[in-house]
Design a protein around this ligand. Structure first.
Ligand code: ADP
Ligand code: ADP
Length: 226
């Protein structure tokens, strides 16, 4: 679904953050991205939905190049991003309104919006919180709600940047299990984490260092290689 070719990125201040990355990311795959601080994980993840554009090389989502501005709207629907801090950007007074917010901007009929919201709440296990105030949810529920919002918009791929790092172990496990169920339904996942116990849930591990991918493979094979 996402095809990255010879991607290099240099920040405006001259910092070389990514060095000739080649990568194919598919649907239905749980890919964990690890590496030391400053190795380029966040910079790479911000390329996946066109937030950053390659300085060299290319990144395509279902054949659409992020460098073409006319592709960005569709790319941002297809690739959802969820960040570390669950306490960000809620737009509605209920979870239903919050998830519907993005869909209303797409000018869809009310009945279709209701169905998309129901489906997104069901696949994330959040159907009992439809009428809850987003602010009243626990950290783990807020992360699930953010994921539900992306899925309702039609994301087939989710980029998750340390989404469990502010959660307690029980909520973290719940979020991880929910993500594994999304994988089974064909969603692609790129999961950035520092938690060793989460790595074993992966189908594939990418290890970054100094802006390069230095290992890519099955968890146990990659761990033995390092
Ligand atoms: P990671 O997510 O693995 O910690 P980052 O992608 O945040 O790594 O950083 C990769 C490199 O790019 C680091 O050297 C970092 O200092 C640098 N960097 C990150 N953001 C910026 C920025 N906005 N401007 C300049 N350099 C940056
Ligand atoms: P992360 O590893 O999750 O990117 P950081 O603490 O490295 O977190 O970065 C936090 C913020 O600071 C990010 O927005 C990043 O782009 C920015 N940043 C990181 N390094 C630099 C840098 N050398 N110059 C400017 N901004 C930076």
């Amino acid at each position: 679904m996402i095809s990255i070719k010879a991607l290099s990125y240099t920040y405006p201040d001259g910092t070389h953050a990514l060095d000739s990355i080649d990568l194919e990311l598919r649907r239905g795959e749980f890919v964990v991205l690890v590496g030391p601080n400053g190795s380029g994980k966040s910079t790479l993840s911000r390329h996946l939905n066109g937030l950053l554009k390659p300085t060299k090389g290319s990144l395509k989502v279902m054949g659409m190049d992020t460098k073409d501005p006319s592709n960005l709207r569709k790319i941002r629907q297809l690739v959802g991003m969820v960040f570390q801090d669950p306490n960000v950007q809620f737009f509605g007074s209920t979870l239903e309104e919050d998830i519907a917010f993005g869909l209303e901007n797409l000018a869809l009929p009310a009945s279709q919006i209701r169905d998309l919201v129901s489906e997104a709440l069901a696949v994330t296990g959040m159907e009992n919180y439809r009428y809850a105030s987003p602010g009243s949810l626990s950290g783990g529920q807020k992360q699930k709600a953010a994921i539900a919002g992306s899925l309702a918009m039609g994301s087939g791929f989710l980029v998750l940047d340390e989404v469990t790092s502010m959660l307690d172990p029980k909520s973290s496990t719940e979020v991880l299990n929910m993500l594994l169920s999304l994988k089974k339904q064909g969603i692609g996942l790129l999961y950035i984490t520092h938690r060793p116990e989460e790595i074993l849930a992966a189908d594939r591990i990418l290890v970054m260092d100094s802006g390069k991918i230095i290992a890519d493979g099955l968890p146990l094979a990659v761990i033995q290689e390092l």
